[in-house]
Design a protein around this ligand. Structure first.
Ligand SMILES: Nc1ncnc2c1ncn2[C@@H]1O[C@H](COP(=O)(O)OP(=O)(O)OP(=O)(O)O)[C@@H](O)[C@H]1O
Length: 369
């Protein structure tokens, strides 16, 4: 998948920007605060979800602009087909409602996943393995989404049913039992589908990683675990899940949250070469594992979906030694697809193998270079 055109209106510090890019590497360089990550964030919003900062939509409107914002892109998924036009943004009157247009027609955000897959690595993700299970689950679900666009619908419906059940359980004594049973049936159906998609993605990713060397990027071994840290290998059975939810109504009512289910699962990672848990590895090793994970996943999506996801690598190049940096560029250039990289120095990108589209960003302005 290639973004051949991107235009931004009142998005973060970009009042109006229009850029054309080619397949291959796209290098964005500019000083701190120039607006590089904002461009990557805009691209991340072309996929379902809240984007790479998970920020409220209203924060994304350019300060002082007073209205909404708009992101528009043309994406070429297949050279034989015309590009698809994707647009998203908000209007001033409805700052919480994300609007989406696909080829000019209004669409649900979840549908974006059918047209584009976007994977990213940002400095904020460096601590993923020591952060909360929630951030790892979100990361896991993004990996699944890149492979299986239906995942967004299942997880949206699961979350909606979970919230509705939580409201009913807040007053269990008067809760409509039939409505509870129906919500738990929805949780079981969508939860089992979500879980199956996670397990199938992890199996494909494990197979991809197994074929990759331990160097120059550290290879991780990944496992889906339950909330107690035990490995989960068999998919959730919908009937069993329904029974779990039904049997835990009192416990969940007392806890004020659903204490069991796929929304509590976690992703655990081990450094393959040393056998050490990722959380106990050095920051550099954790970064390297994430990079190798993302690169392997990109291969996985390319193999299974027939199109490579757009990769957004924010400040990744600056943290690699010259040997690893060259290895990263070679790998990205050799595989087709499109990867957007940011850095403060143009020199970081000087030796990239072509084709490379280069932009210099300064104060929210984008110029070729
Ligand atoms: N809604 C907004 N309106 C205007 N400016 C904003 C808005 N949100 C963020 N900014 C500003 O946009 C600028 C660019 O941010 P961005 O994160 O893209 O910088 P960057 O080029 O990636 O810098 P760094 O190299 O430091 O990571 C920052 O100064 C930030 O404060």
């Amino acid at each position: 998948m290639t973004l051949i055109r991107l235009s931004l209106t009142d998005f973060r510090n970009h009042a109006g920007a229009d850029l054309a890019a080619e397949a291959g590497l796209v290098a964005l360089h500019g000083d701190n605060g120039a607006g590089k990550t904002n461009i990557l964030e805009a691209i991340s919003l072309l996929a379902p979800g809240r984007g790479l900062r998970r920020a409220p939509l209203s924060d994304m409107v350019r300060d002082g602009a007073g209205g909404g914002f708009a992101i528009f892109a043309e994406v070429q998924a297949d050279r034989a087909l015309p590009p698809v036009a994707l647009g998203t943004g908000i209007e001033a009157a409805h700052p919480r409602r994300r609007l989406v247009r696909i080829n000019g027609a209004a669409a649900a955000a979840a549908s974006l996943g059918e047209w584009i897959a976007v994977l990213w690595l940002t400095p904020a993700m460096d601590r993923l393995f020591v952060e909360t299970a929630g951030s790892r689950r979100r990361f896991l679900d993004r990996l699944v989404l890149a492979l299986d666009p239906r995942h967004a619908q299942h997880s949206n419906r699961y979350d909606a049913a979970l919230r509705a059940r939580g409201k009913l359980l807040a007053d269990l004594a008067v809760a409509d039992q039939q409505w509870l049973t129906s919500l738990e049936a929805q949780l079981a159906e969508h939860g089992a589908a979500m879980d199956a998609a996670r397990q199938s993605m992890l199996a494909s990713l494990a197979a991809e990683l197994a074929g990759q060397p331990d160097a120059p990027f550290a290879r991780p071994l990944l496992t889906l675990t339950d909330s107690d840290g035990a490995a989960r290998t068999a998919p959730h059975d919908p009937e069993a899940l329904k029974a779990i939810f039904a049997s835990r109504r009192r416990i969940d009512a007392a806890a004020g949250r659903a204490t069991a289910g796929p929304h509590r699962d976690d992703l655990s990672a081990v450094h393959a070469a040393t056998g050490r848990a990722a959380a106990r590895c050095s920051t550099g090793e954790q970064k390297a594992m994430l990079l190798s994970l993302i690169l392997a996943h990109s291969d996985c999506v390319a193999r299974l979906r027939g199109a490579r996801p757009v990769l957004l690598l924010d400040e990744v190049a600056a943290h690699l030694d010259p040997l690893r940096r060259a290895a990263l560029y070679d790998r990205l250039a050799g595989q087709g697809g499109q990867a957007w990289l940011t850095g403060t120095e143009a020199a970081l990108f000087a030796d990239m193998p072509g084709p490379v589209t280069r932009f210099r960003i300064a104060g929210g302005r984008i110029a070729p270079g």
